[in-house]
Design a protein around this ligand. Structure first.
Ligand code: ADP
Ligand code: TRP
Length: 318
C-alpha cells in the first residue's frame, strides 16, 4: 500500500498543523509499504508571490518534515517543482476535467472570498493536486476535512480518464482521521495562520512564550474554580498528556489553579516536548537538505516517469 502526504510551504508550522495533520499522517504512513511526502511549492505560488519568502518557506517546510521525524531513508521526500511530471500530468488531466467539477470546489470560493486573487492557477489547483496523487498510484491520502473534496475530485478525474482511455490510474481514497481534535488558537477559535492566533512549533522561545502567555481566558478570579473544557490553555495542554495526566490536570483547574500558573506549566511542557525536535532541526545543514531533496526527487521521478509513460501511451502521445 502506498500512502501519500503533501504540505504547502506557506508559512510557519503551528501546533494545529502538527497535531491535526503532521502527527496523524506520520502515524498512518508508518503502516504503509511506501510513503511519499512532498512540499507542494507549485501550489504555494497561488498565494505566495514573493520569491524571497517562498524560498524561505520551502526550506522551512523541508526542515519541518525532517525535524518532526520523517525519515528520508524510509520515505520519499521531495519538492513538487523538482519533479516536472506533476505539471505535465496536470495538463493532460485538465483536458478530461469537466469545468463543472472545478466550479463546485468550495476551497476556491473560500479563498477568493478571503481576498486571494482569482487566478487560473487557483481555479485549476485541484487538477495539479490530482496529478500529485495519481502519479504515485497512491491508495490512501490522509487529509483534514478541508481537503476531502480535493481528493474526491482527484478520484473523479481518475475515473474520467480511465473511462476515456482504459484503466490507467489507481483510484485514491481520502482518509479522514475522525478522532482528530481541532486545536484551539490563543483566542479560543480554531488555530489558523489566517486568524493570527497560532503558537509556532519552531519559533523562538520568546515568541512561543508570548503566544502562550497571551492565551485569552475568562474573567474568573485567581483561585476560583475553572472549567477546563472551555479553557483554551487546558485544551492545548491536554494534547501533550496521557488520559490520566489530563484528568489530574483537569481536577486542578476545578479546584482553582490560577490561569497564570496554568500557562507557565503549559510553556514548560511545550518546550520540553518539542526540545528533541528543535535540536534535530537546528542540526540540519544546507548540505543535508540538498541531499534529501535531490535524492527524493530522483526516487520520485522514477515512479512518476513510469506513470507518465503509461499516460502518454494511453492518450496517443507515444
Ligand atoms: P492554516 O489554517 O493555518 O492555514 P492549513 O490550512 O495550511 O492551516 O492546514 C494544514 C493542515 O493542518 C490541514 O490538514 C489542516 O487540517 C491541519 N490543521 C490546521 N489547523 C488546524 C487546527 N487548528 N486543528 C487541527 N488541524 C489543523
Ligand atoms: N491542497 C493541500 C493543502 O492545502 C496540499 C496538497 C497538494 C496535497 N497536493 C496534495 C495534499 C496531494 C495531499 C495530496 O493542504
Amino acid at each position: 500500500m502506498r500512502v501519500l502526504s503533501a504540505m504547502q510551504p506557506s508559512g510557519q508550522l503551528h501546533i494545529g498543523n502538527y497535531f491535526g495533520s503532521m502527527l496523524p499522517n506520520m502515524a498512518r504512513a508508518t503502516k504503509a509499504e511506501t510513503s511519499v511526502y512532498f512540499i507542494v511549492d507549485l501550489h504555494a505560488l497561488t498565494t505566495v508571490q514573493d520569491p524571497a519568502l517562498l524560498r524561505q518557506f520551502r526550506m522551512d517546510a523541508l526542515k519541518d518534515y525532517l525535524a518532526c521525524g520523517i525519515d528520508p531513508t524510509r520515505s520519499i521526500v521531495f519538492f513538487q517543482s523538482d519533479v516536472p511530471e506533476h505539471t505535465e500530468l496536470a495538463w493532460i488531466l485538465s483536458t478530461v476535467t469537466p469545468m463543472g467539477l472545478l466550479e463546485r470546489a468550495v476551497s476556491y470560493k473560500e479563498k477568493v472570498e478571503k481576498g486571494i486573487q482569482a487566478s487560473v492557477g487557483l481555479f485549476t489547483y485541484p487538477v495539479l493536486m490530482a496529478a500529485d496523487i495519481l502519479l504515485y498510484d497512491a491508495d490512501v491520502v490522509p487529509v483534514g476535512k478541508d481537503q476531502k473534496q480535493h481528493v474526491e475530485i482527484a478520484r473523479d478525474i481518475a475515473v474520467k480518464f480511465n473511462n476515456a482511455y482504459g484503466e490507467t490510474f489507481v483510484l485514491p481514497e481520502p482518509e479522514i482521521q475522525a478522532n482528530i481534535a481541532v486545536v484551539p488558537g490563543t483566542d479560543g477559535q480554531k488555530m489558523s495562520k489566517s486568524y493570527g492566533n497560532t503558537i509556532p512549533l519552531f519559533g523562538s522561545e520568546a515568541s512561543i512564550k508570548k503566544a502562550i502567555m497571551g492565551i485569552v481566558t475568562d474573567s474568573k478570579g485567581m483561585n476560583d474554580p475553572k472549567d477546563p473544557q472551555s479553557c483554551a490553555i487546558f485544551q492545548i495542554h491536554k494534547l501533550f498528556l496521557s488520559a490520566s495526566e489530563a484528568q489530574a490536570l483537569a481536577a486542578e483547574y476545578a479546584s482553582g489553579l490560577p490561569y497564570g500558573e496554568a500557562k507557565k506549566r503549559l510553556l514548560l511542557t511545550y518546550m520540553d516536548h518539542f526540545a528533541p525536535l528543535r535540536r534535530r532541526r537546528e542540526a540540519l545543514t544546507e548540505a543535508d537538505l540538498r541531499d534529501v531533496a535531490q535524492n527524493g526527487a530522483k526516487r520520485a521521478r522514477e515512479i512518476a516517469g513510469r506513470a507518465m509513460e503509461r499516460v502518454c501511451k494511453a492518450v496517443g502521445l507515444r
